[in-house]
Design a protein around this ligand. Structure first.
Ligand code: F6P
Length: 514
Protein backbone atom coordinates (compact mmCIF):
# COMPACT_ATOMS: atom_id res chain seq x y z
CA UNK A 1 0.00 0.00 0.00
CA UNK A 2 2.96 2.33 0.48
CA UNK A 3 3.48 2.09 -3.31
CA UNK A 4 0.06 3.65 -3.91
CA UNK A 5 0.93 6.46 -1.50
CA UNK A 6 4.26 7.02 -3.24
CA UNK A 7 2.51 7.22 -6.61
CA UNK A 8 0.17 9.82 -5.18
CA UNK A 9 3.15 11.75 -3.83
CA UNK A 10 4.76 11.86 -7.28
CA UNK A 11 1.46 13.16 -8.69
CA UNK A 12 1.03 15.83 -6.00
CA UNK A 13 4.55 17.23 -5.73
CA UNK A 14 4.31 19.47 -8.83
CA UNK A 15 0.78 20.72 -7.99
CA UNK A 16 0.67 23.88 -5.91
CA UNK A 17 -1.90 24.36 -3.14
CA UNK A 18 -3.07 27.41 -5.09
CA UNK A 19 -3.91 25.14 -8.03
CA UNK A 20 -5.60 22.55 -5.84
CA UNK A 21 -7.93 25.23 -4.49
CA UNK A 22 -8.47 26.67 -8.00
CA UNK A 23 -9.41 23.28 -9.42
CA UNK A 24 -12.00 22.40 -6.78
CA UNK A 25 -14.32 25.08 -5.41
CA UNK A 26 -15.72 22.58 -2.88
CA UNK A 27 -12.27 21.67 -1.55
CA UNK A 28 -12.49 23.50 1.77
CA UNK A 29 -15.85 21.95 2.53
CA UNK A 30 -14.83 18.49 1.36
CA UNK A 31 -11.65 18.43 3.44
CA UNK A 32 -13.04 19.95 6.63
CA UNK A 33 -14.27 17.47 9.23
CA UNK A 34 -16.34 18.00 12.37
CA UNK A 35 -17.34 16.48 15.66
CA UNK A 36 -19.91 18.87 17.13
CA UNK A 37 -18.13 22.24 17.45
CA UNK A 38 -14.69 20.66 16.98
CA UNK A 39 -13.63 21.48 13.44
CA UNK A 40 -10.53 20.21 11.65
CA UNK A 41 -9.70 21.94 8.37
CA UNK A 42 -7.37 19.70 6.39
CA UNK A 43 -7.89 21.51 3.09
CA UNK A 44 -4.62 23.45 3.35
CA UNK A 45 -2.67 20.19 3.43
CA UNK A 46 -0.91 19.46 0.14
CA UNK A 47 -3.20 16.55 -0.73
CA UNK A 48 -6.53 15.73 -2.29
CA UNK A 49 -9.19 13.04 -2.21
CA UNK A 50 -7.03 10.65 -4.26
CA UNK A 51 -4.26 10.92 -1.68
CA UNK A 52 -6.69 10.49 1.18
CA UNK A 53 -8.10 7.34 -0.45
CA UNK A 54 -4.59 5.89 -0.80
CA UNK A 55 -3.84 6.73 2.84
CA UNK A 56 -7.09 5.17 4.00
CA UNK A 57 -6.03 2.06 2.08
CA UNK A 58 -2.78 2.14 4.01
CA UNK A 59 -4.67 2.39 7.31
CA UNK A 60 -6.86 -0.57 6.36
CA UNK A 61 -3.86 -2.61 5.26
CA UNK A 62 -2.22 -1.90 8.63
CA UNK A 63 -5.44 -3.14 10.26
CA UNK A 64 -5.91 0.06 12.22
CA UNK A 65 -9.47 -1.05 12.99
CA UNK A 66 -8.29 -4.40 14.40
CA UNK A 67 -5.51 -2.73 16.38
CA UNK A 68 -8.03 -0.22 17.73
CA UNK A 69 -10.33 -3.04 18.81
CA UNK A 70 -7.45 -4.77 20.60
CA UNK A 71 -6.49 -1.50 22.32
CA UNK A 72 -10.02 -0.89 23.63
CA UNK A 73 -10.39 -4.56 24.62
CA UNK A 74 -7.43 -4.21 26.99
CA UNK A 75 -5.13 -6.63 25.18
CA UNK A 76 -1.44 -6.22 26.10
CA UNK A 77 -0.64 -3.99 23.11
CA UNK A 78 2.43 -2.66 24.93
CA UNK A 79 4.29 -5.82 24.01
CA UNK A 80 7.72 -4.97 25.39
CA UNK A 81 6.30 -4.36 28.86
CA UNK A 82 3.42 -6.89 28.64
CA UNK A 83 0.88 -4.24 29.52
CA UNK A 84 -2.54 -3.17 28.35
CA UNK A 85 -2.99 0.48 27.41
CA UNK A 86 -6.26 1.64 28.89
CA UNK A 87 -6.04 5.29 29.88
CA UNK A 88 -9.48 5.58 28.20
CA UNK A 89 -10.88 3.53 31.10
CA UNK A 90 -10.01 6.39 33.48
CA UNK A 91 -12.62 8.56 31.79
CA UNK A 92 -15.33 6.03 31.02
CA UNK A 93 -14.14 5.54 27.44
CA UNK A 94 -13.27 1.84 27.90
CA UNK A 95 -13.72 -0.94 30.42
CA UNK A 96 -10.97 -1.17 33.06
CA UNK A 97 -9.38 -4.54 33.81
CA UNK A 98 -11.47 -6.59 36.23
CA UNK A 99 -10.65 -5.86 39.84
CA UNK A 100 -9.12 -2.41 39.29
CA UNK A 101 -11.33 0.02 41.15
CA UNK A 102 -11.15 2.99 38.79
CA UNK A 103 -14.38 4.57 39.96
CA UNK A 104 -13.55 4.20 43.64
CA UNK A 105 -10.08 5.69 43.15
CA UNK A 106 -11.51 8.62 41.19
CA UNK A 107 -14.12 9.28 43.86
CA UNK A 108 -11.43 9.09 46.54
CA UNK A 109 -8.99 11.54 45.01
CA UNK A 110 -11.78 13.92 44.02
CA UNK A 111 -13.07 13.84 47.60
CA UNK A 112 -9.58 14.69 48.82
CA UNK A 113 -9.38 17.50 46.24
CA UNK A 114 -12.63 18.98 47.55
CA UNK A 115 -11.37 18.61 51.10
CA UNK A 116 -8.14 20.47 50.28
CA UNK A 117 -10.15 23.27 48.62
CA UNK A 118 -12.17 23.79 51.77
CA UNK A 119 -9.59 24.27 54.51
CA UNK A 120 -7.21 27.16 54.17
CA UNK A 121 -4.51 25.57 51.99
CA UNK A 122 -3.29 28.47 49.90
CA UNK A 123 -0.75 26.76 47.64
CA UNK A 124 -0.22 23.35 46.08
CA UNK A 125 3.23 22.37 44.81
CA UNK A 126 3.22 19.38 42.47
CA UNK A 127 6.55 17.60 42.25
CA UNK A 128 6.89 15.33 39.23
CA UNK A 129 8.47 15.18 35.80
CA UNK A 130 7.48 14.08 32.29
CA UNK A 131 3.95 12.73 32.34
CA UNK A 132 3.72 13.39 36.06
CA UNK A 133 4.22 17.10 35.40
CA UNK A 134 3.43 18.13 31.84
CA UNK A 135 -0.20 16.97 31.84
CA UNK A 136 -1.34 18.68 35.03
CA UNK A 137 0.87 21.74 34.42
CA UNK A 138 -0.45 22.20 30.88
CA UNK A 139 -4.08 21.66 31.94
CA UNK A 140 -3.79 23.98 34.96
CA UNK A 141 -2.62 26.80 32.70
CA UNK A 142 -5.18 26.04 30.01
CA UNK A 143 -8.03 26.11 32.51
CA UNK A 144 -6.85 29.07 34.57
CA UNK A 145 -10.27 30.79 34.35
CA UNK A 146 -11.76 27.70 36.05
CA UNK A 147 -9.29 27.71 38.92
CA UNK A 148 -10.98 28.89 42.09
CA UNK A 149 -9.03 26.78 44.58
CA UNK A 150 -5.50 27.16 45.96
CA UNK A 151 -2.73 28.44 43.70
CA UNK A 152 -1.02 25.64 41.76
CA UNK A 153 2.75 25.37 41.23
CA UNK A 154 4.76 22.75 39.37
CA UNK A 155 8.34 21.72 40.08
CA UNK A 156 9.95 19.26 37.70
CA UNK A 157 13.60 20.03 37.03
CA UNK A 158 16.28 18.48 39.24
CA UNK A 159 17.98 21.86 39.02
CA UNK A 160 17.47 23.03 42.61
CA UNK A 161 16.64 26.48 41.30
CA UNK A 162 13.24 25.21 40.21
CA UNK A 163 12.09 24.26 43.70
CA UNK A 164 13.86 27.19 45.36
CA UNK A 165 12.29 29.76 43.04
CA UNK A 166 8.87 28.13 43.32
CA UNK A 167 8.65 28.02 47.11
CA UNK A 168 10.13 31.48 47.56
CA UNK A 169 7.37 33.48 49.23
CA UNK A 170 5.17 30.45 49.98
CA UNK A 171 4.14 29.67 53.53
CA UNK A 172 4.95 26.03 54.42
CA UNK A 173 2.13 26.04 57.00
CA UNK A 174 -0.49 26.45 54.28
CA UNK A 175 1.18 24.53 51.46
CA UNK A 176 0.35 21.07 50.21
CA UNK A 177 3.20 19.25 48.42
CA UNK A 178 2.11 16.46 46.08
CA UNK A 179 4.78 14.00 45.03
CA UNK A 180 3.63 12.64 41.66
CA UNK A 181 5.55 9.72 40.23
CA UNK A 182 4.26 6.57 38.60
CA UNK A 183 7.33 4.62 39.71
CA UNK A 184 8.27 6.69 42.79
CA UNK A 185 11.90 6.09 41.86
CA UNK A 186 12.56 8.88 39.34
CA UNK A 187 15.79 10.57 40.36
CA UNK A 188 14.66 14.14 39.74
CA UNK A 189 11.35 13.72 41.54
CA UNK A 190 12.82 11.94 44.54
CA UNK A 191 15.53 14.59 44.95
CA UNK A 192 12.93 17.37 44.77
CA UNK A 193 10.56 15.48 47.08
CA UNK A 194 13.27 15.16 49.75
CA UNK A 195 14.14 18.84 49.44
CA UNK A 196 10.47 19.84 49.64
CA UNK A 197 9.98 17.66 52.73
CA UNK A 198 12.87 19.47 54.32
CA UNK A 199 11.42 22.84 53.36
CA UNK A 200 8.08 21.89 54.89
CA UNK A 201 9.86 20.90 58.10
CA UNK A 202 6.87 18.98 59.40
CA UNK A 203 4.48 21.83 58.62
CA UNK A 204 1.89 21.90 55.82
CA UNK A 205 0.94 18.59 54.22
CA UNK A 206 2.33 16.02 51.83
CA UNK A 207 0.39 13.72 49.52
CA UNK A 208 1.53 11.26 46.88
CA UNK A 209 0.28 9.89 43.59
CA UNK A 210 1.87 6.69 42.35
CA UNK A 211 1.51 3.05 41.35
CA UNK A 212 4.25 2.27 43.90
CA UNK A 213 2.31 2.35 47.15
CA UNK A 214 5.17 0.78 49.13
CA UNK A 215 7.55 3.49 47.95
CA UNK A 216 5.12 6.18 49.13
CA UNK A 217 4.83 4.52 52.54
CA UNK A 218 8.61 4.23 52.86
CA UNK A 219 8.90 7.92 52.06
CA UNK A 220 6.59 8.56 55.00
CA UNK A 221 3.38 9.66 53.33
CA UNK A 222 0.36 8.29 55.22
CA UNK A 223 -1.90 5.94 53.29
CA UNK A 224 -4.93 8.23 53.46
CA UNK A 225 -3.05 10.77 51.38
CA UNK A 226 -1.67 8.31 48.81
CA UNK A 227 -3.61 7.91 45.58
CA UNK A 228 -2.83 5.04 43.26
CA UNK A 229 -3.23 4.18 39.63
CA UNK A 230 -2.29 1.21 37.48
CA UNK A 231 0.48 -0.03 35.19
CA UNK A 232 -1.90 0.13 32.21
CA UNK A 233 -1.71 3.94 32.43
CA UNK A 234 1.38 5.23 30.65
CA UNK A 235 3.08 8.27 32.22
CA UNK A 236 2.30 10.51 29.24
CA UNK A 237 -1.33 9.30 29.29
CA UNK A 238 -1.84 9.75 33.02
CA UNK A 239 -3.39 13.20 33.47
CA UNK A 240 -6.80 11.46 33.68
CA UNK A 241 -5.69 9.42 36.69
CA UNK A 242 -4.90 10.66 40.19
CA UNK A 243 -1.93 12.40 38.50
CA UNK A 244 -4.65 14.98 37.74
CA UNK A 245 -5.02 15.67 41.49
CA UNK A 246 -3.55 19.21 41.41
CA UNK A 247 -5.92 20.10 38.56
CA UNK A 248 -8.87 18.68 40.52
CA UNK A 249 -7.83 20.76 43.53
CA UNK A 250 -7.69 23.84 41.33
CA UNK A 251 -10.94 23.46 39.40
CA UNK A 252 -12.97 21.20 41.71
CA UNK A 253 -14.42 17.74 41.26
CA UNK A 254 -17.37 18.66 39.02
CA UNK A 255 -15.19 20.39 36.43
CA UNK A 256 -12.61 17.61 36.60
CA UNK A 257 -15.42 15.22 35.64
CA UNK A 258 -16.27 17.48 32.68
CA UNK A 259 -12.62 17.25 31.61
CA UNK A 260 -12.90 13.44 31.69
CA UNK A 261 -16.22 13.57 29.82
CA UNK A 262 -14.62 15.57 27.00
CA UNK A 263 -11.99 12.90 26.54
CA UNK A 264 -14.65 10.15 26.70
CA UNK A 265 -16.56 11.88 23.90
CA UNK A 266 -13.45 11.62 21.74
CA UNK A 267 -12.96 7.98 22.77
CA UNK A 268 -16.50 7.17 21.60
CA UNK A 269 -15.94 9.00 18.32
CA UNK A 270 -12.64 7.24 17.73
CA UNK A 271 -14.05 3.82 18.61
CA UNK A 272 -17.19 4.13 16.48
CA UNK A 273 -16.66 6.49 13.53
CA UNK A 274 -15.66 5.00 10.16
CA UNK A 275 -11.98 5.61 9.38
CA UNK A 276 -12.83 8.15 6.67
CA UNK A 277 -14.73 10.31 9.18
CA UNK A 278 -12.59 9.78 12.25
CA UNK A 279 -10.79 12.97 13.31
CA UNK A 280 -7.85 11.16 14.96
CA UNK A 281 -7.44 8.95 11.88
CA UNK A 282 -7.58 11.89 9.47
CA UNK A 283 -5.06 13.89 11.51
CA UNK A 284 -2.82 10.82 11.67
CA UNK A 285 -3.01 10.32 7.91
CA UNK A 286 -2.14 13.97 7.29
CA UNK A 287 0.90 13.41 9.51
CA UNK A 288 1.90 10.23 7.66
CA UNK A 289 1.56 12.06 4.36
CA UNK A 290 3.74 14.94 5.59
CA UNK A 291 6.37 12.69 7.11
CA UNK A 292 6.58 9.72 4.77
CA UNK A 293 5.32 10.92 1.38
CA UNK A 294 6.54 14.54 1.44
CA UNK A 295 9.58 13.87 3.65
CA UNK A 296 9.06 16.81 6.02
CA UNK A 297 10.72 15.91 9.33
CA UNK A 298 9.18 18.41 11.75
CA UNK A 299 5.80 19.85 12.70
CA UNK A 300 5.23 23.27 14.25
CA UNK A 301 2.33 23.16 16.70
CA UNK A 302 1.07 26.69 17.19
CA UNK A 303 -1.83 27.32 19.55
CA UNK A 304 -3.36 30.74 19.04
CA UNK A 305 -4.20 30.74 22.73
CA UNK A 306 -1.86 31.99 25.43
CA UNK A 307 -3.34 29.52 27.92
CA UNK A 308 -2.28 26.65 25.65
CA UNK A 309 1.33 27.81 25.87
CA UNK A 310 2.41 24.44 27.32
CA UNK A 311 0.39 22.39 24.84
CA UNK A 312 3.33 22.00 22.41
CA UNK A 313 5.54 20.74 25.26
CA UNK A 314 2.81 18.33 26.33
CA UNK A 315 2.37 16.99 22.79
CA UNK A 316 6.15 16.73 22.44
CA UNK A 317 6.18 14.07 25.15
CA UNK A 318 2.95 12.45 24.01
CA UNK A 319 4.04 12.14 20.40
CA UNK A 320 7.83 11.92 20.48
CA UNK A 321 8.10 9.55 23.44
CA UNK A 322 5.40 7.37 21.86
CA UNK A 323 6.46 7.27 18.22
CA UNK A 324 10.14 8.17 18.34
CA UNK A 325 11.00 4.54 17.58
CA UNK A 326 13.32 2.83 15.11
CA UNK A 327 12.17 -0.77 15.36
CA UNK A 328 8.83 -2.43 14.73
CA UNK A 329 6.89 -4.31 17.39
CA UNK A 330 8.70 -7.41 16.13
CA UNK A 331 12.10 -5.77 16.63
CA UNK A 332 12.89 -5.27 12.93
CA UNK A 333 14.20 -1.96 11.59
CA UNK A 334 11.23 0.22 10.63
CA UNK A 335 11.25 0.60 6.85
CA UNK A 336 9.86 4.16 6.93
CA UNK A 337 10.54 7.31 8.89
CA UNK A 338 8.53 7.44 12.14
CA UNK A 339 7.59 10.20 14.58
CA UNK A 340 8.45 13.75 13.51
CA UNK A 341 10.04 16.41 15.69
CA UNK A 342 7.25 18.46 17.24
CA UNK A 343 7.95 21.97 18.36
CA UNK A 344 6.10 25.23 18.82
CA UNK A 345 5.13 28.31 20.73
CA UNK A 346 1.87 30.19 20.96
CA UNK A 347 0.84 32.66 18.28
CA UNK A 348 1.06 35.54 17.77
CA UNK A 349 4.44 35.53 19.56
CA UNK A 350 5.78 32.83 17.25
CA UNK A 351 5.10 35.06 14.25
CA UNK A 352 7.67 37.50 15.58
CA UNK A 353 10.34 34.89 16.21
CA UNK A 354 10.58 31.87 13.90
CA UNK A 355 7.79 32.31 11.34
CA UNK A 356 10.27 33.97 8.96
CA UNK A 357 11.81 30.54 8.41
CA UNK A 358 8.41 28.92 7.97
CA UNK A 359 7.55 31.35 5.19
CA UNK A 360 10.85 31.75 3.36
CA UNK A 361 13.29 29.19 4.74
CA UNK A 362 14.59 26.31 2.64
CA UNK A 363 12.72 23.65 4.64
CA UNK A 364 9.00 23.08 4.54
CA UNK A 365 7.57 22.95 8.08
CA UNK A 366 3.92 21.90 8.24
CA UNK A 367 1.97 23.84 10.86
CA UNK A 368 -0.89 22.75 13.11
CA UNK A 369 -2.89 25.77 14.23
CA UNK A 370 -5.18 25.38 17.26
CA UNK A 371 -7.70 27.94 18.49
CA UNK A 372 -10.94 28.48 20.35
CA UNK A 373 -13.36 30.72 18.44
CA UNK A 374 -14.62 32.40 21.61
CA UNK A 375 -12.43 33.82 24.37
CA UNK A 376 -13.15 32.90 28.00
CA UNK A 377 -12.67 36.29 29.56
CA UNK A 378 -10.29 38.22 27.33
CA UNK A 379 -11.83 41.10 25.49
CA UNK A 380 -13.43 40.31 22.16
CA UNK A 381 -11.35 42.89 20.30
CA UNK A 382 -8.10 41.17 21.24
CA UNK A 383 -9.55 37.82 20.30
CA UNK A 384 -10.56 39.10 16.88
CA UNK A 385 -6.96 40.23 16.32
CA UNK A 386 -5.70 36.83 17.47
CA UNK A 387 -8.00 34.98 15.05
CA UNK A 388 -7.21 37.33 12.16
CA UNK A 389 -3.52 36.64 12.66
CA UNK A 390 -3.96 32.88 12.75
CA UNK A 391 -6.02 32.85 9.56
CA UNK A 392 -3.54 35.18 7.86
CA UNK A 393 -0.63 32.86 8.63
CA UNK A 394 -2.43 29.86 7.13
CA UNK A 395 -3.20 31.91 4.03
CA UNK A 396 0.33 33.24 3.66
CA UNK A 397 1.83 29.76 4.06
CA UNK A 398 -0.52 28.15 1.54
CA UNK A 399 -0.77 30.80 -1.12
CA UNK A 400 2.34 32.92 -0.66
CA UNK A 401 2.94 36.07 -2.62
CA UNK A 402 4.07 35.66 -6.23
CA UNK A 403 6.70 37.85 -7.85
CA UNK A 404 4.12 39.53 -10.11
CA UNK A 405 2.18 40.74 -7.09
CA UNK A 406 5.36 42.10 -5.49
CA UNK A 407 6.22 43.96 -8.73
CA UNK A 408 2.74 45.51 -9.04
CA UNK A 409 2.72 46.57 -5.41
CA UNK A 410 6.16 48.19 -5.60
CA UNK A 411 5.41 49.87 -8.91
CA UNK A 412 2.20 51.34 -7.45
CA UNK A 413 4.32 52.86 -4.69
CA UNK A 414 6.63 54.43 -7.29
CA UNK A 415 9.72 52.20 -6.90
CA UNK A 416 12.16 52.23 -9.80
CA UNK A 417 12.29 49.10 -11.93
CA UNK A 418 15.91 48.49 -10.86
CA UNK A 419 14.87 48.63 -7.21
CA UNK A 420 11.89 46.39 -7.91
CA UNK A 421 14.03 43.72 -9.58
CA UNK A 422 16.60 43.90 -6.80
CA UNK A 423 13.97 43.30 -4.10
CA UNK A 424 11.56 40.89 -5.82
CA UNK A 425 13.42 37.72 -4.74
CA UNK A 426 13.48 38.90 -1.13
CA UNK A 427 9.85 39.95 -1.01
CA UNK A 428 8.39 36.90 -2.75
CA UNK A 429 6.70 34.19 -0.66
CA UNK A 430 6.79 30.77 -2.31
CA UNK A 431 3.57 29.52 -0.66
CA UNK A 432 2.55 25.87 -1.12
CA UNK A 433 3.31 25.29 2.56
CA UNK A 434 0.78 23.12 4.36
CA UNK A 435 -1.17 23.64 7.55
CA UNK A 436 -4.05 22.11 9.47
CA UNK A 437 -6.39 24.26 11.54
CA UNK A 438 -8.14 22.85 14.59
CA UNK A 439 -10.96 25.04 15.89
CA UNK A 440 -13.52 24.67 18.64
CA UNK A 441 -16.00 26.90 20.41
CA UNK A 442 -14.25 27.69 23.68
CA UNK A 443 -11.42 26.39 25.82
CA UNK A 444 -13.07 24.75 28.83
CA UNK A 445 -12.64 21.47 30.73
CA UNK A 446 -14.75 19.47 28.26
CA UNK A 447 -13.16 20.84 25.08
CA UNK A 448 -9.65 20.52 26.51
CA UNK A 449 -10.25 16.88 27.47
CA UNK A 450 -11.54 16.22 23.96
CA UNK A 451 -8.56 17.98 22.35
CA UNK A 452 -5.99 16.01 24.34
CA UNK A 453 -7.73 12.71 23.54
CA UNK A 454 -7.76 13.69 19.85
CA UNK A 455 -3.96 13.90 19.92
CA UNK A 456 -3.64 10.69 21.97
CA UNK A 457 -5.62 8.71 19.41
CA UNK A 458 -3.79 10.36 16.51
CA UNK A 459 -0.54 9.09 18.03
CA UNK A 460 -2.05 5.60 18.34
CA UNK A 461 -3.09 5.51 14.68
CA UNK A 462 0.32 6.63 13.47
CA UNK A 463 2.04 4.06 15.66
CA UNK A 464 -0.33 1.41 14.29
CA UNK A 465 0.54 2.31 10.70
CA UNK A 466 4.28 2.50 11.35
CA UNK A 467 4.05 -0.80 13.22
CA UNK A 468 5.87 0.46 16.31
CA UNK A 469 5.06 0.06 19.99
CA UNK A 470 3.86 3.55 20.95
CA UNK A 471 3.68 2.67 24.63
CA UNK A 472 7.22 2.01 25.81
CA UNK A 473 10.12 4.49 26.14
CA UNK A 474 13.37 2.54 26.37
CA UNK A 475 15.15 5.44 24.71
CA UNK A 476 15.17 7.44 27.92
CA UNK A 477 16.79 4.70 29.99
CA UNK A 478 20.44 4.84 28.93
CA UNK A 479 20.90 8.46 29.95
CA UNK A 480 19.42 7.71 33.38
CA UNK A 481 21.90 4.86 33.96
CA UNK A 482 24.88 6.90 32.78
CA UNK A 483 23.87 9.86 34.98
CA UNK A 484 23.85 7.62 38.05
CA UNK A 485 27.34 6.33 37.14
CA UNK A 486 28.63 9.88 36.82
CA UNK A 487 27.48 10.97 40.28
CA UNK A 488 30.56 9.58 42.13
CA UNK A 489 32.85 11.04 39.47
CA UNK A 490 31.39 14.51 39.97
CA UNK A 491 31.58 14.09 43.73
CA UNK A 492 35.26 13.28 43.34
CA UNK A 493 34.65 9.93 45.01
CA UNK A 494 35.29 7.49 42.25
CA UNK A 495 36.75 6.64 38.91
CA UNK A 496 34.66 5.53 35.97
CA UNK A 497 35.58 4.28 32.52
CA UNK A 498 34.84 7.47 30.65
CA UNK A 499 35.43 8.62 27.11
CA UNK A 500 38.00 11.39 26.81
CA UNK A 501 35.48 14.16 26.19
CA UNK A 502 33.21 13.30 29.14
CA UNK A 503 36.21 12.80 31.46
CA UNK A 504 37.61 16.20 30.50
CA UNK A 505 34.25 17.91 30.92
CA UNK A 506 33.74 16.30 34.35
CA UNK A 507 37.22 17.47 35.37
CA UNK A 508 36.56 20.96 34.04
CA UNK A 509 33.30 21.19 36.02
CA UNK A 510 35.35 20.34 39.11
CA UNK A 511 37.96 23.01 38.31
CA UNK A 512 35.31 25.65 37.71
CA UNK A 513 33.70 24.86 41.04
CA UNK A 514 36.88 25.61 42.98
O1 F6P B 1 11.92 9.39 31.61
C1 F6P B 1 10.72 9.22 30.99
C2 F6P B 1 9.62 8.87 31.96
O2 F6P B 1 9.66 7.53 32.26
C3 F6P B 1 8.27 9.28 31.38
O3 F6P B 1 7.75 8.34 30.54
C4 F6P B 1 7.49 9.54 32.61
O4 F6P B 1 6.34 10.29 32.32
C5 F6P B 1 8.51 10.26 33.46
O5 F6P B 1 9.73 9.61 33.18
C6 F6P B 1 8.24 10.29 34.92
O6 F6P B 1 8.18 9.02 35.50
P1 F6P B 1 7.55 8.79 36.93
O7 F6P B 1 6.12 9.25 36.86
O8 F6P B 1 7.66 7.34 37.19
O9 F6P B 1 8.33 9.61 37.92
Amino acid sequence: MWAAVEREAARLVPIQLRELFGADPARAERLTFRLDDLTVDLSKEKWDQGVLDALLGLARAADVEGQRARLFAGEPVNLTEHRAVLHMALRGGAEPPAGDDVQGTLDRFLAYAENVRGRGITDVVNIGIGGSDLGPAMVAQALSPDIDGPRLHFVSNVDGAHLADTVKGLNPETTLVIVASKTFTTLETMANARAAREWLGGRGEMAAVSTNLEGCAEFGIPGERVFGFWDWVGGRYSVWSSIGLPVAIGIGAAKFREFLAGAAAMDAHFRDAPLAESLPVLLALAGIWRRNAMGWPTVALIPYDQRLARFPAYVQQLDMESNGKQVTREGEAVPTATGPVIWGEPGTNAQHSFFQLLHQGTDVVPVDFIAAATPRDADAGHHMLLMANMLAQGQALAFGKPAAEVRDEMAAKGASSAEIERLVPHRTFPGDRPSTTILFRRLDPFSLGRLIALFEHKVFVQGAIWGVNSYDQWGVELGKVLAVRLIPVLKGEGEAQLDASTAALAARIGELQE
